[in-house]
Write a protein that binds this ligand. Sequence first.
Ligand SMILES: [Zn+2]
Length: 233
Amino acid sequence: MRVMAFSPHPDDEISCAGTLAKYVANGDEVAIVFVTNGEVGSATMDRKQTAATRKEEARASAAVIGAKFFWMGLQDEFLYTGEKVRLQILEVIREFDPDIIICPDKENDYHPDHISTGQLVWDVRVMTTVPNIPTASPPCTKIPRIYYMDTVIGINFIPELYVDVSQYWEMKARMLACHKSQQGWMKDQYDVTHEEFVKIHTMFRGFQAGCRYAEAFRIPKFFPERLESDGLL
Ligand SMILES: [Zn+2]
């Protein structure tokens, strides 16, 4: 299995980090795409310094689980859908040829860059296999299946699936700790402790799922959908 997660900013991958760690432990190939450079996420560093710092933090986070690292470097807070960026998203997907993509929930997330990332993945999903839309890499071998990851602290998100990540909390915490610059930023901007914020959320989903720690997902509904056994018949 090849699994590709889209993180609009460096640290958004934490919403599905335990699940990604679990895929890696199962022997699956995992990639994380950091879409924007996160350059506004600091009250103490300028944009250039912030982007460079966050790139290294993102690289370190991906390295914790040995995920392939993709850095698109698009402008933080100004991610829009359009031909150029669609083709960039299309190419990054083709380069990895995933079976599964995990991305933000474009219907329920709060942040415009998260919504745009989910929208862009949605927009190019079917195009991934179409040869008449050429990019540097060949078309994907199959249309990838998409899962929406949980929103920030679960606001507006009604889970459809849970992944038990109890055994991967340590890995998730290590990935989160890589985003050092965001600890101060979360405190300055939102007056929250980053680790506590993530831990409570992952434990809350764990209580819902009947385990210690869990991550929650939704399945977007669109054509063409693959038939998969859901235990109903
Ligand atoms: Zn974000």
